[in-house]
Design a protein around this ligand. Structure first.
Ligand SMILES: C[S@@+](CC[C@H](N)C(=O)[O-])C[C@H]1O[C@@H](n2cnc3c(N)ncnc32)[C@H](O)[C@@H]1O
Length: 758
């Protein structure tokens, strides 16, 4: 939704064509055992490539723009068999384009590694045969520690394939398909053992080694040592300390489930080994905070404060956790502060909690599941304010904007530009580190993809990368740094409201974002062109508000793609069908004949508006009458009332005429002689076309809210200004509606005064 989609472009078509050729070539060689190149040649070739790559990176200027293409490979499921059930195989036995189910490879890296879209190195088996191995979705932050020269690993059910450069190698997409062996692991053949003397080291020695890794901030190595210590018959006292220390290391590697489990163990064992419980409580609280379990976190910190009142860190952590709990419970946020935080944090991930308001996931008939209101809400009410599960920020202004990725899925022939491939990595990594969060994501809609029925194997969580890709493709949202700043950036009526197709296209591009994120609750909202909810963003927080009064039990909807005046014309709806697999019900509403007539009227009006010169505009009233007449004729081409099918073509036509008049002088301040009442009529006509039902007599009352396009805030503000001259008694009401519109569109009304010039 709102991601920068490049499906249908020539560039994408060419990339897909090349890819299909490679795929066809590789399928033709499926099952073959390729001629092996000599070991030295393979290693030398890799090293030369590595050198060339490093030179390219070093010589790249900050402004050099590169687009990396990343192809989604054909999906395959992760290995779900335990290692003990697999048979060892050797490189020489591997067949091209084959997943070697039921087997595993034991290999060792024999070159330095390279990291582009995957971590790569040449690996050898025990016979000395070599191959390139590519490990995808590894932790970006520690890529340089992975597959380093000399490292030994087990690749479960190896996938041997042709690479895009015509060579061949191993490709690993699922994290649980690789087992990295610690230097002293017994499974390492003796000829490869580097630290054989340590095989018999004691728990104490491993613990000490772990501690020194912590001092060097090598937390993964520390975890490996502590884990090793725990199997060396430690005393109860040692076990307590080792798990307490490992909890800290797990916090640093963002493995919060494991950090919590170790801290809880240390808490319960503290009394029997006569140790203070202070550190264990603190680490437990930190893990709970990171898992967004703020209530439990507060409880733990309160206990800690009671027992250790001098612990100042606990005091400040408690204050922080109480703030999160308040946000989570009451949905009250300091939005102005959040804008400031989003502006200075890189990436803009805010330390804020998710609030879920009066909403619940329920069955939604043929649409699958949907999100419904659990009580009546008013237009502008907060439905939820959700923190992204994962958020990939692509700063178009900074250096990172010079390196962007085009993610191409040849199967669905679609492509997006921006940070979606980073989002996949982040999500896979976060789930791998915190398996308790798996159901939150794997329950999301994934179309026809059939995931494996296993959550864990050999003590590792099974995170099916292809399932995550599918979930992200169907559920991720493109997002700006903030909706308000993105709109304000080019807020001017003349650029934001228009009728010409070129500008529509431009507007469409403005609405597509390179940054994106995954918001699980928001993902349950189904599409409707005439939506009743609206999303906005501040950093990685998504704010969702009702766009009209809704009774309890109403299904919430919003648009996956902004509706267009020619909707239900064919092109825009195609993506709903090709990507999300449904046809929007509103697409059937208009006959081709009615559409043709509407288009002709819109084109006529556009020509008329373009032709207006200073002389014609001097009689603004006459112009307004002509516009109103054309708008009425266009309205007659709609078969349903505007409250059922918003008349976007009418809205845009009226607005474009208003723009022209406002630019020429507006309400009597320039050459245009337009009576304020006429201005009010035109503005009310534009709002009515969007489906607003408004009583504008002695009082101004919105009976029903219409479609909340971003520009609606401006329409209401213009109405307020027109009422200053036409009917001052209605100014307050108009401003109140402008404020509500601002709250819906931008998520808050704290900035309304500065936006609306009140
Ligand atoms: C982001 S998910 C929305 C939640 C989804 N309905 C579920 O059950 O999890 C998008 C998918 O919902 C379904 N969907 C959304 N809007 C729809 C609509 N207006 N009509 C039919 N199906 C719709 C489609 O299957 C689409 O691929």
């Amino acid at each position: 939704m709102d991601t920068h989609d490049v499906s249908g472009t020539l560039e994408l078509a060419q990339s897909i064509q090349r890819r299909e050729k490679t795929l066809a070539d590789s399928q033709a060689r499926k099952g073959q055992r390729p001629a092996r190149h000599p070991r030295n040649q393979v290693i030398l070739r890799f090293q030369l490539h590595l050198m060339a790559f490093r030179i390219r990176v070093l010589s790249k200027g900050p402004q050099d723009f590169t687009i990396k293409s990343s192809f989604v490979p054909l999906a395959y499921v992760p290995c779900v068999a335990p290692l003990s059930a697999l048979k060892k195989t050797m490189i020489d036995d591997l067949l091209l384009e084959t997943h070697h189910r039921g087997t595993y490879l034991l290999v060792r890296a024999v070159t330095p590694q390279n990291y582009i879209t995957a971590v790569m190195a040449i690996v050898e088996d025990e016979k000395g045969d070599v191959l390139m191995a590519q490990l995808y979705h590894q932790d970006d932050g520690r890529a340089e520690d992975i597959l380093v020269e000399g490292m030994v690993l087990i690749i479960k059910e190896p996938y041997f394939k042709l690479m895009s450069d015509g060579g061949y190698g191993l490709r690993v997409d699922h994290l649980s398909d690789v087992v990295f062996l610690a230097a002293n692991d017994e499974r390492i053949p003796s000829s490869w053992q580097q630290e054989s003397a340590q095989q018999s080291a004691t728990a104490l020695a491993w613990k000490t080694k772990g501690n020194s890794h912590v001092k060097e901030s090598s937390y993964r190595s520390a975890i490996a040592c502590y884990t090793r210590a725990l199997v060396c018959a430690p005393t109860p006292e040692e076990t307590h300390t080792i798990r307490l220390n490992r909890s800290l290391a797990f916090l640093k590697t963002q493995e919060y489930d494991a950090a919590l489990s170790d801290a809880e163990f240390a808490m319960t064992s503290a009394s029997s080994v006569k140790k203070p419980v202070e550190k264990a409580l603190f680490r437990k609280a930190q893990a709970l905070y990171s898992l967004e379990r703020y209530r439990e976190c507060c409880e733990v910190l309160k206990d800690l404060r009671l027992e250790y009142p001098d612990n100042t860190a606990a005091k400040s952590e408690l204050t922080r956790a109480i703030s999160r709990l308040a946000e989570q419970t009451h949905g009250k946020y300091p939005f102005k502060q959040m804008y400031a935080e989003a502006a200075c944090l890189q990436p803009p991930r805010l330390d804020r909690a998710t609030y879920l308001g009066p909403v619940a996931v329920q069955p939604a008939g043929s649409r699958g599941r949907g999100l419904f209101t659990t009580k009546a809400v008013k237009a502008g009410d907060l439905l939820f304010c959700e923190k992204a599960f994962a958020h990939a920020f692509d700063d178009q202004k900074a250096d990172s904007g010079c390196n962007t990725t085009m993610l191409i899925d040849p199967e669905s022939r679609s492509g997006t530009i921006g940070s979606q491939s980073d989002l996949i990595n982040m999500t896979v990594q976060k789930l791998h580190r915190n398996p308790s969060l798996l159901p939150l994501i794997t329950d999301l809609h994934h179309g026809a993809y059939q995931p494996v029925d296993a959550a864990e194997v050999d003590g590792q969580p099974v995170v099916d990368t292809f399932l995550i890709r599918r979930i992200i493709a169907l559920n991720c949202f493109g997002c700006p740094l903030s909706t308000l700043t993105s709109y304000q950036h080019d807020r001017s009526l003349s650029s934001s409201l228009s009728t010409t197709s070129a500008l529509e296209k431009e507007k469409e591009e403005k609405n597509a974002f390179h940054s994106c994120g995954l918001w699980p609750t928001a993902s349950y909202i189904n599409h409707s062109c005439d939506s009743n909810a609206r999303r906005s963003f501040v950093g990685d927080m998504m704010v969702a508000r009702a766009t009209r009064d809704l009774p309890a039990g109403t299904e919430l909807t919003w648009w996956y793609q902004q509706p267009w005046p020619r909707q239900p014309a064919q092109s825009k709806n195609n993506k709903l069908h090709s990507h999300w697999g449904f046809a929007c019900a509103c697409a059937q509403a208009t006959s081709p004949a009615a559409l043709a007539k509407r288009d002709a009227l819109a084109a006529g009006l556009r020509r008329y508006v373009l032709s207006l010169g200073a002389r014609e505009l001097r009689d603004g009233d006459a112009v307004a009458v002509r516009i109103q007449g054309a708008a009425d004729a266009m309205a007659a081409t709609y078969g349903a009332p505007a409250s059922d099918v918003p008349r976007l073509a009418v809205w845009m036509a009226v607005q474009s005429a208003l723009v022209k008049m406002l630019k020429a002088g507006g309400l009597g301040m320039g050459p245009v002689v337009l009576r304020p009442v006429r201005m009010v009529e035109l503005l009310l006509a534009a709002l009515a076309a969007l489906g607003f039902v408004i009583d504008a007599g002695a009082a101004l009352v919105v009976r029903r809210w219409g479609l909340l396009a971003t520009d609606v805030v401006d329409l209401w503000l213009l109405l307020r200004d027109a009422y200053y001259l036409a009917a001052p008694e209605l100014v307050t009401a108009a401003e109140g509606y402008a404020r509500t519109a601002h709250r819906i569109v931008f998520g808050e009304d704290e900035t309304f005064e500065s936006y609306g010039g009140v």
